[in-house]
Design a protein around this ligand. Structure first.
Ligand SMILES: Cc1cc2nc3c(=O)[nH]c(=O)nc-3n(C[C@H](O)[C@H](O)[C@H](O)COP(=O)(O)O)c2cc1C
Length: 194
């Protein structure tokens, strides 16, 4: 990886709270999805589902689901991605893992606790891939856990068995609205080489 790409996706990238008045076209959202979907997930289950909230009507539907501190930044973002997981992810396994046709049945029989962890683990990884892919495409991100999952699921997923886990604002960030960068842990604090 070139130094420049590492700067762009991690070393210099920031979490944004304010947005410049530039929209994101649907073709860019498609490019974003086509990149993030290739990130690895367990048994290629790719359980994340995404709603790109873009229209004023859909933004208004999102508003009452947001924690107060997240309202302004979300309403002003060009796009807010709702990251969810599909509790019926196993239905797609014949397409996703054709070499093992019974894989879907194995996942369908998974105990609920194990299944919740599996879905959260893999969909969260996909949310991370979305952030890195968005940054590589020149977009900025603002991930947020501060929202009411039940309300989001009722407002957006009445017709599908999807469960929201994270919101990610997308756009071109306004550097004037950045908070100071907080420190990270040093290698010695966070890592061991065993
Ligand atoms: C899972 C997750 C949940 C977050 N939830 C919120 C949130 O609800 N509201 C908010 O303003 N920031 C939220 N953040 C932003 C973090 O505080 C921010 O990414 C972190 O402090 C690092 O900032 P930096 O990337 O600018 O260094 C969240 C970030 C993540 C990854």
């Amino acid at each position: 990886m070139s130094d420049q790409l590492l700067q762009q996706i991690l070393l210099e990238a920031r979490t944004h709270n304010g947005w410049l008045a530039e929209t994101i076209d649907d073709a860019t959202l498609r490019r974003l999805y086509e990149a993030l979907r290739l990130g690895p997930t367990a048994a290629n289950t790719v359980p994340a589902r995404i709603v790109f909230v873009k229209s004023p009507e859909a933004k208004e539907r999102l508003r009452p689901c947001l924690a107060p501190g997240n309202v302004e930044k979300t309403m002003s973002a060009p796009v807010t991605a709702i990251i969810a997981y599909d509790t019926r992810f196993h239905d797609k396994m014949p397409k996703l893992f054709p070499a093992r046709p019974t894989m879907g049945e194995t996942f369908a029989a998974m105990p609920p606790e194990q299944r919740d962890f599996f879905l959260l683990q893999n969909a969260s990884l996909q949310a991370g891939y979305l952030i890195l892919a968005a940054r590589a495409l020149g977009l900025d991100c603002g991930p947020m856990a501060g929202f009411d999952r039940e309300k989001v699921d009722a407002a957006f997923f009445a017709d599908v068995p999807w469960r929201s886990i994270l919101l990610i604002n997308l756009g071109h960030g306004d550097p004037a609205k950045l908070y100071p960068r907080n420190p990270r842990l040093d290698f010695e604090e966070a890592c061991r080489i065993a």
